[in-house]
Every structure is written in structure tokens, then in C-alpha cells.
Design a protein around this ligand. Structure first.
Ligand SMILES: *Cc1c(COP(=O)(O)O)cnc(C)c1O
Length: 383
């Protein structure tokens, strides 16, 4: 049965974004498509096969559970890289299914060797270096030990990659910190090479670094937010547009989120709308109820401030967003009826509600708003 809203993914928008990203890659850099957080809320199930259809062959995820979802969504094999969590129990599945993974502590290397020997299948490891993010990664003082261990256990460990992650490449405020990280990463790469262990896949860049630091593309880039048609932040958008001498947004939003009018009613001047007294009707008005609320990922912080589209026009959320319902002021629209389409994210006629305008209202970044879209809203692919 249909849910109270649905999410559509646009094939042509995705194709456009892939082209845009590929055009910005340095020669020799492979594109890994980051699909953690249920493909940034788009849904791994519909997104991954669509991406493969459009030429994707490498995916990065946060954990083993997501890696399994990627493989399950496809009927052919692709490269999958886990950048974060694998429990000890999941390690066997990961190695058995030839999934590559970040390693950031010695213990994990020892476990990987044990499991790999048991399965008689090499573990595909990417050694993460600490360069300044201070989240995960081997600190420089451990590199010698790590290199020795990789060498001694080469029968069980396939040393595929050397990687790091930047602490905020989207913002000029972090410029010096990121520059420093790049320097330290290069040093690490040179050290591994000097010790006789050159990595075949060196990688560091996320979306913002792809656009702002082309020298960080190395052999592979890990791109998330851009492929979905969103900018990491406004600053990266302006920086890139200036550099490219472009005056229009070259990305297209892949996602649309749609629902419908559940009820229409007239409200008299002087009445309150919804729970409490946060919205007072200062004139006679028409109010539409839409069956989407904070339990569906429409943030409560959009109370009295969110926007939606009906019949090609912008309307505002009035009153408090409820668990399953929100109210819209449709006084300026003629003949609104139950069943009329409501756009929560996306376009209608020539109007657009983008997640970014939306998330500025609600103080949430693109990333957060997208990934809070519940798993059980049906997702469908459109042209
Ligand atoms: C999320 C993530 C990325 C992708 O970041 P975007 O800004 O969405 O491109 C890349 N690398 C790592 C380690 C990540 O966690």
C-alpha cells in the first residue's frame, strides 16, 4: 500500500550530475559513489542500480550493513569500500564478499589476518592515515609498525589503498588545516613508497575537495553530496561558479518528495490553527492539511516557516508541524481540493523547493535533512 508521501529519483538529473563530476576529475582519478546514510536518504535500493546503469562501478559506504545492501541491490559485482564501522562478527562476511575496508587500528589488522587465513581469501585493506581530522587513522608514529605488519602478512592482506579524510574541505575557514592535511598525507604516501609498499589506490577527496583541491584527486575520489545535486555548502557553490565562470547552477536535484492534500477547511479570522496558539488567523483563510509530519522527516523546526508547492505556487506552513500532519495556508489559491499534489522537495511548473532553501529555514544542513527521510517512504525512479 502507498505511504502518505513518496520520493522520486530523476534519472536525467543523476546523469547530468555524473557528467558534471566526471568533467571535474583529474586524469587517472576513479569515481567512488558514496551511498552511506541510505544513499543520503535517496534509498540504496533504487539509487545503486540506477547509478550502475549510468556507469558507476565503485561505491563507498559507512558500515558492513550498508555494504550488504549495496550488493543485494545489484545483480552484478561492483567494488564496495567500507569507510567506517565493521563489527568483529561482520568481518568474515566482509572479507568473504571481497568488500574493501578502511583500517585505522592495529587490532583490526590482526583480526583481518586471522579471518583471511581461515577463509583462504585475502582481506582488501585501505590504511587510513591520521592527517589532522583526529577521528580515525594511524598516527605517523605507528606507520613503521603498520608497514612491517603488512609486509609480514602479505599472504593474508591485500594492501590496496592509502587514504585520509579532510576536516571540512568545503569551508575557507579550514583552508590552512586542510592544506596541512594534504602535506601530511603526501608525506605518508612517500613514506610507504620508500619502505617498499606503494599503494595502488591513494584517496582523500570528498565532494568539496574534488572542486576546491584538484591536487587531492590522486587515484580515487569519494563523492557523496554532489552526485545527488546538492552543494556541500553555499561557499563551495560560489567558489566553483566563480572558477568556472558559470552563471547557472550546473547540478540538478535528483530527489523529489511529494504528498497530497488530505483536507481543506475554512478558518475564521481570530481563530488559532493547530495545536496551541502559535498561529493566529488574522483574516478569514483557507487551510490545507497534508499527511506528512515530523515522524516522516519533515522537521518540527519548520513550524510556521516551511514552504511547499501546490498548483505551481509557493505556500507556507502554518502552526506547529505535528507528528503526521502539517497545515498549509492556501488562502491565495483558488479551488484547492483534497487529493491535489503537494511538493515538499522538488519542482512544480517553474517553482522549486530545494532542500537547501528548506534546510536554511530549519537550520539543518542538506546532509542531515536528506538522511532523515524515513526508510519506508516508497522511492521510485522517474525520467
Ligand atoms: C561522507 C564521506 C565522504 C563524502 O562526503 P561528501 O561531502 O558527501 O562528498 C567521503 N569520505 C568519507 C570518509 C566520508 O565519510
Amino acid at each position: 500500500m502507498d505511504n502518505t508521501s513518496r520520493i522520486e529519483l530523476s534519472r536525467s538529473a543523476l546523469a547530468n550530475n555524473f557528467d558534471y563530476i566526471r568533467k571535474h576529475l583529474q586524469p587517472g582519478a576513479r569515481l567512488s559513489h558514496v551511498v552511506k546514510g541510505n544513499a543520503y536518504g535517496h534509498g540504496i535500493d533504487p539509487f545503486v542500480p540506477l547509478a550502475v546503469e549510468l556507469g558507476a562501478d565503485h561505491f563507498s559506504v559507512f558500515d558492513a550493513h550498508e555494504a550488504a545492501a549495496v550488493l543485494k541491490a545489484l545483480d552484478r559485482s561492483v567494488d564496495v569500500l567500507i569507510m567506517g564501522m565493521i563489527s568483529e562478527e561482520q568481518l568474515e562476511w566482509v572479507i568473504d564478499n571481497r568488500v574493501s575496508f578502511f583500517v585505522f587500528d592495529h587490532n583490526r589488522l590482526e583480526q583481518a589476518v586471522k579471518v583471511a587465513r581461515k577463509l583462504k581469501r585475502k582481506a582488501r585493506v585501505h590504511i587510513e592515515l591520521e592527517t589532522g581530522m583526529n577521528r580515525t587513522g594511524f598516527a605517523p608514529e605507528n606507520w613503521t609498525k603498520t608497514i612491517a605488519y603488512l609486509r609480514q602478512n602479505a599472504d593474508a592482506l591485500d594492501f590496496q589503498g592509502l587514504c585520509t579524510h579532510f576536516a571540512g574541505a568545503e569551508s575557507i575557514a579550514n583552508h590552512l588545516r586542510v592544506k596541512d592535511q594534504i602535506k601530511r598525507f603526501r608525506k605518508g604516501r612517500a613514506y610507504f613508497k620508500k619502505e617498499g609498499l606503494p599503494a595502488t589506490q591513494v584517496h582523500a577527496a570528498c565532494s568539496a575537495a574534488v572542486l576546491r583541491f584538484p591536487k587531492t584527486h590522486f587515484d580515487l575520489v569519494r563523492v557523496g553530496i554532489l552526485q545527488y545535486g546538492f552543494w556541500p555548502n553555499m561557499e563551495t557553490f560560489i567558489h566553483t561558479q566563480t572558477k568556472d565562470g558559470s552563471d547557472h547552477d550546473p547540478l540538478e536535484r535528483v530527489i523529489s518528495w511529494k504528498s497530497q492534500v488530505m483536507n481543506v477547511k475554512q478558518v475564521k479570522k481570530g481563530e488559532y490553527v493547530g495545536y496551541g496558539t502559535s498561529y493566529l488567523a488574522t483574516q478569514d483563510m483557507t487551510v490545507a492539511a497534508v499527511p506528512v509530519g515530523y515522524s516522516h522527516g519533515f522537521s518540527r523546526s519548520l513550524s510556521n516557516s516551511g514552504r511547499a508547492l501546490i498548483r505551481g505556487l509557493r505556500v507556507g506552513v502554518i502552526g506547529v508541524v505535528n507528528m503526521n500532519v502539517m497545515m498549509l495556508d492556501v488562502s491565495h489559491l483558488a479551488n484547492i481540493e483534497t487529493g491535489d499534489e503537494v511538493i515538499l522537495i522538488g519542482t512544480q511548473d517553474d517553482q522549486e523547493i530545494s532542500v537547501s532553501s528548506f534546510s536554511e529555514y530549519s537550520d539543518q544542513m542538506n546532509y542531515e535533512l536528506l538522511t532523515r527521510l524515513p526508510l519506508d517512504i516508497p522511492r521510485i525512479v522517474t525520467e
